[in-house]
Write a protein that binds this ligand. Sequence first.
Ligand SMILES: [Zn+2]
Length: 753
Amino acid sequence: MAQALVLNFMDGRKIDSVLAAPFKTKSNVVEVYLPEKPDSRQVFPFQDLCAIFIKGTPDLSKYQTTEGLEEIETVPGERYRVHMVNMSGDEGFFGIPGQKDSPYKMIFFISAGVKKRLRLNSLGEIILEKGFASEDQVDECLAEQGKLRGKRIGDILSEDACMNHSAVDSAISKARKEIGHGRNIRVGDILISAGIVTKEQVEAALASQESGRKKRIGALLIDKGYITEEQLLMALSAKFRMRFVDLKGVTPNQMALNVLTYEIIDRLKIFPIEADEKRIIVATSEPTDHNINEILRFNTNRAIELVASTSVQIAAAIEKYFQKPEDSMNLLLQDLDEGQITIEEENEDTSVRETDSQVIKFVNGILLEAFKQGVSDIHLEPKPGKGPLQVRYRLDGDCRIEHQIPPNFKRAIMSRIKIMANLDIAERRRPQSGKILLQSDRKKIEYRVEITPTVGGLEDAVLRILSSSKPLSLDEMGFSDRNLSEFKRIIAKPYGIVLCVGPTGSGKTTSLHSALSHLNKPDRKIWTAEDPVEITQDGLRQVQMNPKIGFSFPEALRSFLRADPDIIMIGEMRDSETAKIAIEASLTGHLVFSTLHTNSAPETVVRLIEMGMDPFNFSDAMLGVLAQRLIKRLCGKCKKAYHPEKKDLDELASAYGEKYFEEDGLSSDLENTTLMKAVGCPACDHSGFRGRTAIHELLIGTEDIKVAIKKSISLEALRALAIENGMRTLRMDGISKVFQGDTTIDQIYRVSL
Ligand SMILES: [Zn+2]
C-alpha cells in the first residue's frame, strides 16, 4: 500500500498526499499524488517545505536513535519532540515522535525549514556526558544554583551590607506587627523606613537577587574553575545541535563577507563563514540567543545555519575581515621602519616621482610583509565606487584577504606600483607587465608585476614574488625511493630529453632547477632560457626571454646550439616549433630539460605526438617524463595518529589499485595501520598544515615504452604499461605519502586525477 504523507510547507500549510516515488533525501524533492488529482504526479522541492510527516505508528525499536529527546521548531513556528534517527544528511534529518499515540511513525525535517533544535537533556547532563566536569562538581553547582534562586532580599542585605542577620529579622517582624500581616509591603521599604539600610543598598540587593536567580549552571561551573568557557560553549552547541567551529582555520567566502553589514555583525557579535544565494552559515558565541536567527533571516532572506565559536575568536575574525580600512593601513605603517627599503633602479634615467609619502611607505610595507610571510603572489583588487582596495596574499596555494585599504588611496597605490615597475601610469585601458626590484636587509627581492584593467575604469595588480633562494637538493624534493634513484639515473645520461609536467604552480621549475643544481659542475656548460628567471644559480648561464622584442624560446634555443652547450633548459615548450628544436637538440648529443602544461606523464607523450612530433624521434630522445603536484604537508607539531576504519582502508586500496596496493606492501597488517590527521596549533596558524611537499609520477623511457610510443599506443594502454614497468601514478604516490603520515587523503584527491 502506498505510503501516506503530510507535507508541511514553509508558509505553515499542511497537505495530505501519497508518496509517488521512493523517497530519496539526496534528490531534494518529494514526488507525491494529491487527493484531488490522484493520477498526476506532483513534485515538490525541499526548499518549499519545512517537514514531511510519514503516517503510521511510531516504533522506536526499529531504528537506531541518539539518546534523549530533541525539540525541533520549524520555520512556521511549530514545535515537535522527537527521537533523532541516525540517518541524517545535509538536506535534513529524521525523527520519531516522542508520544506513542502520534499519528506519524516518522517526521523528516528539512534543514532549511528548521528554526532551531534543542536537546532536552539538561546542560549539566551534557557536560557530564562530554566528561568536562565530574558529577560532584555538577551537583555542587546545581545545589548552589538552588540556593541562589531561593535567596531572599533580607538574606542578601544581611550578607552584603554586613548587617547582623537577627537585626534585619527583628526589624522586619516589628514592622509587620505595626502594619498588619495582611498588607503587602516590601521588605526593602521596611528596612529603609527603619533606617537600617539606604535606598541604594536595597536597589543593589534587588539587582543581585535578580542576577543570582538568572545565574546558569554553566556560569557557576566556570566561576568555580571546573570547566572552561570553551567547554561550556561546546556543551551548549551540543544542546542546541550546532556545530562547534574553530574559526582560526576558517576563511569565509566572498559572498559571506558581502551579505551582512558591518553594523549587524558588530551589534550581534557574529561572524559569517559561508554563504550562497539560499543560505548562510554564521558563527555565534551565544547559542542561547534565539533572536539572532530571526534577525539574520530577516536581514539576509536566506536559510540560516548558526554554528558556535568562542567570543574571542569571533572578535578576532571580525577584526581581521571587517576591520575599518584605516586601521589596516595604520597597522602596516607602524610596522615599517623608516629607510628600511630602497628601490633598485633598473634604468638610471627613471627618477621616482614624488607622491604621498604615506602611499610610498604603504606599498613598500605590503611588498616586504608579503615577502617575509613567504607569500607567492600579492593581489591588489580595487572594488568599484566607494568600495575599498582589497589586498589578498596567496600562501601555500590558497588566497586570503590581508588588507582593506580606504577607497581614496586606490589610484595613488596603483600609480605607485606602476612607477616602481617602470610602467606607464597614464595607460589605464590595456594590460601592462613589468617588474620591481627591492633591496631589503641586503636581500634582493624581485616582483613580477601584471596590471590588468577591470570594469569601472579600474585596474588590478598582481605581483608574483620571485624567490631568489637556492634550489632544493633532489633529496629534499619529496621523491619516493624509486623515483629518486630513477630520476638521478636518467639525468646522469649524456643526452636525451627530460620533461617535467603539471599545471601552473605545481613546482615544475623548482624541480628542473634541482636537477640542474645536481648536474652543475665546472666541466659542463649549462644554458637556460626562462620566462621569467625565478631561481638563479651560480654556474648556469641563464637567459631571460623578452617577447616584447620577439626574443622567444626557439630563437634562444638556436643560439644555445651555436654556443657549445652540454645541457640546455627551456622554460616551457609552448609551441611545436620549440618542442621540435628541443627534441632535435637532444638527439644531437645534448641533455635537454623542459616543462609542459599537461596533467600526467603518459598524457604528455600522447600530446607531443598530437602536436606533430615524430614518434620515432621522440621515443629515441625520451629519457623520462616527471608529472608533479604540490600538496599541503601536515604540521609536524600537531598532527595526530589515528586508526582508520576498515572501509576507509578499502577505499584507499581500491583508489591505489588492489593488485599494486598489495605488491607495494601497503596492505600488510591492516589492523595496525595508523594514519595522521590535521589538528591545528599556533605553529601552523591552526590550519593543521604547514608548508608543502610534492607528489610525482615518473615515466621512464624503457625499451618497452619506446616500442609502444613508436606504435602510437593509446593513452590508457600506455598508462597501464608504464605502471607495469614500475611507474606509480600521482594518486598512487600520494596515497603512499598518506601512509607515511605526510599528508591527508583529501589533499591527494584535491590535486590528483
Ligand atoms: Zn600545527
